[in-house]
Design a protein. Sequence first.
Length: 169
Amino acid sequence: MDDDEAACRKKDPEPWRPSSDPYTGPGPHYIHPIEVQLDPGEPENAMDSKDLSTIPNDMQIPSGRIPDGWQLVACVYDGQPVRRSGTVSCYFSNLNKSKKYPFYESRYEVIVREARTGKKVATFSVPGTTNEDGDCPSVVVDSGDTIILKPLVGRTLGEKLRPFFSAAE
């Protein structure tokens, strides 16, 4: 089993990296975001991993601190539709065509855990936000009833994670 998947299980999570620094003392407390898709059969709905890499630069771990400098992991779960807000036209190279899809406002659940122990630090949700590439994900599994959720953007996630990053824990 992959470390990310084991660390982000909702029941009985395992430590992500037992050799990581403890979540103690004054910040910065570096946070590794992990995208979790609970149902592999579901379309990716509009959350691209590249969006998680847009967490603010000052919150990015210095390369000299990798791999043990992360003190926290942020498990980001599949988005949930909140309410329909129209349609969106998306072009997908894997389908080689443009198509209109139902478009929904969304929320993404986030569980923050200590990397070395797996202990839960916080749970919160983050609203979907339009990113600079628009509202369409880079790929889609078009099952005929596919919907597009407003995507999760790393800078929005970063704003919610900042109190944990800079905490004097």
